[in-house]
Design a protein around this ligand. Structure first.
Ligand code: FAD
Ligand code: NAP
Length: 541
């Protein structure tokens, strides 16, 4: 081990050489540090570019930010004692409480001393001879490690479109993914661009406090109620009593959201029964439940999908008083993006202080120092302009780093046709580098997917350490096969029929291809088990 000691941006007194370097301190990175350091006994250093841990929940502090998969399964399962202590008393958790929870986990396992904050990793280069990764930070420091674990986040590189005049705006212009703590929208004239999960959450919160909210919508999406409400003490007691069974069900399900997925095809029942089931689930609330808990084929069969879509459109008509606003809010595409749910999205448009502008019909001509001008010549005066325009998802944070594997080949070169991986975890030519939620990981509620991957990688690294293997690398054919499997799993659904970040279609010029495995968490876990049983099939060790 090197004796070099350096002082770092995070104030750590750091050894320059580690067994493992982890990048990112969200759900993925935090758990990785815990497993590798506290269970495998490795010397680990984690680098995080933010000034706090929490990842998504550190950055996304916009009004209304909260989970939309349910609180009792939007967390780690590994710490059952903590689950007995932490009482989340609502069905969904606000951003600050998720952040507080992640900070508690970091403190509880004494992880903070090995997490170096305010440190962006700019490059990671593999040295084949030494079998070491050298990581260089924005502070100009270098560190080496045998293992590199990237937990950069699938939704952490902001998409901040350069709309004409953007930089001339003299009010506050912000992206929801880096919401400043000192910005209050109370009593302000607020403009919002973007109506995905983020934008719609923002509408629900901002409409209640802004003087006026102007929503610039490009493509309407299907929203269902979240059913947010307090969680009763009895429900919580039941959760604690049945903890193992609940998490077992999550791991054996497809989208890992804690409800039973339907196995009834929508068209196998009468129209009346379909409406009854849709209504029942509308009343229960939750987007994933509406898409996967009503019928088995909403995401796969065009007729079933249209039935669900039509049901939601009928609700929009019922809820939104102004018919023209209701028309603009009604999607016509298939219902095939990551499902959205909110407390009172459509109701927000009945408020006098909320205006909807369809920028498909009436595009933004320009952002000016004082607001936004649309093609019809109307100027919308604004104090705050919010970009809820999403992320360069999945590989976005990878592309922003210089990662070089065997022979100096960069990840960007390897991914020039779009991001690929073996199992979402490893890439050919990048030995001993492992990703958490890398491209082609499983499409589901994400904490259980993260736990699955981190636990599996810990076993893999443990096995490599125990047997003295110098390096572990994905085999090219295995990566190619997994890429095809993921594309096929996507093609089996209707998701490729609409443009969304899930396929990279939200970023101009980005290759449109599957970036997730759509076979579900259960099947993904079975695949991982089979790889181990096959002697780490698809890896060279
Ligand atoms: P992140 O939490 O994104 O953490 C990655 C970290 O890596 C970041 O802190 C980033 O700063 C850091 N990083 C990146 N590049 C570098 C670098 N070069 N150097 C140093 N650090 C770097 N998923 C669900 O399943 N359910 C939900 O309800 C849900 N709600 C969401 C709400 C919002 C607003 C958003 C944006 C996402 C939501 N997601 C949800 C997805 C969410 O991202 C995941 O659930 C989970 O938090 C991902 O954890 P992670 O550790 O993989 O990534
Ligand atoms: P998103 O789903 O990609 O939505 C971005 C929005 O911005 C879309 O309405 C998009 O319109 C619009 N947009 C993008 N570029 C634009 C441009 N140049 N001009 C005008 N409009 C533009 O991003 P997101 O809402 O941040 O959500 C991303 C994912 O994060 C979600 O799917 C979810 O997985 C997660 N998330 C979850 C929650 C939650 O509820 N817990 C909250 C936030 C995020 P088009 O559709 O026309 O492209």
């Amino acid at each position: 081990m090197s004796q070099t000691t350096t002082h770092t941006a995070g104030g750590h007194s750091a050894e320059a050489r580690f067994d493992a370097i982890v990048i990112g301190a969200g759900f993925g990175g935090i758990y990785t540090v815990h497993k590798l350091r506290n269970e495998l006994g490795l010397r680990v250093r984690c680098f995080e570019k933010g000034d706090g841990v929490g990842g998504t929940w550190h950055w996304n502090r916009y009004p209304g930010a909260m989970s939309d998969t349910e609180s009792l399964v939007y967390r780690y399962s590994f710490d059952r004692e903590l689950a007995q202590e932490v009482a989340w008393n609502r069905r969904y958790i606000p951003q600050r409480d998720i952040l507080g929870y992640l900070q508690t986990v970091v403190d509880r396992y004494d992880l903070g001393k090995d997490i170096q904050l305010n440190t962006a990793v700019e490059a990671a280069v593999y040295n084949e001879e030494a079998n070491l990764w050298t990581v260089t930070t924005d502070g100009g420091e270098s560190f080496t490690a045998r293992y590199l674990l990237t937990a950069l986040g699938p939704l952490s590189a902001a998409n901040f479109p350069d709309i004409k005049g953007r930089d001339t705006f003299r009010g506050r212009l912000v992206h929801t993914g880096s919401w400043p703590d000192d910005l209050s929208i109370e009593g302000k004239r607020v403009g919002l661009i973007g109506t995905g999960s983020t934008g719609t959450q923002f509408v629900c919160a901002a409409s209640k406090v802004a003087e006026h909210l102007t929503v610039f919508q490009r493509t309407p999406q299907y929203n269902v109620p979240s059913g947010n409400a307090p969680v009763s003490p009895e429900y919580l007691a039941e959760y604690r009593a049945n903890y193992d069974e609940i998490w077992r069900q999550v791991r054996l399900s497809r989208v890992a959201c804690g409800f039973e997925e339907s196995d009834v095809p929508a068209m196998s029942v009468s129209e009346e029964e379909r409406r009854r089931v849709f209504q029942e689930n509308w009343d229960k609330g939750n987007g994933f439940r509406f898409m996967f808990g009503t019928f088995s084929d909403i995401a796969t069969d065009p007729a079933a999908n249209e039935a669900a879509a039509e049901f939601i459109r009928s609700k929009i008509k019922e809820i939104v008083r102004d018919p023209e606003t209701a028309r603009k809010l009604s999607p016509t595409d298939p219902y095939a993006k990551r499902p959205i749910c909110n407390e009172d999205y459509y109701e927000s448009f009945n408020r006098d202080n909320v205006t909807l502008v369809s920028i498909k019909e009436n595009p933004i001509r320009e952002i000016t120092p004082t607001g936004v001008i649309t093609e019809d010549g109307v100027e919308h005066p604004l104090d705050v302009l919010v970009f809820a325009t999403g992320f360069d998802a999945v590989d976005g944070s990878y592309k922003r780093m210089d990662i070089r594997g065997r022979g100096g080949v960069s990840m960007n070169e390897h991914w020039s046709d779009g991001p690929t991986s073996y199992l979402g975890l490893a890439v050919t030519g990048f030995p001993n580098m492992f990703m958490v939620l890398g491209p082609n990981s499983v499409f589901s509620n994400l904490p259980p997917a993260i736990e699955t991957q981190v636990e599996w990688l810990t076993e893999l690294i443990g096995a490599a350490e125990a047997t003295g293997r110098r390096s572990v690398e994905a085999v090219k054919a295995a990566e190619e096969t997994w890429t095809v499997t993921c594309q096929q799993s996507a093609d089996f659904t209707l998701f490729p029929k609409v443009d969304s970040w899930i396929f990279g279609a939200n970023i101009p010029g980005k290759k449109n291809r599957a970036m997730f495995y759509f076979g579900g968490l259960r099947s993904y876990r079975e695949k991982l088990d089979a790889v181990v049983t096959g002697g780490y099939e698809g890896f060279t060790m």
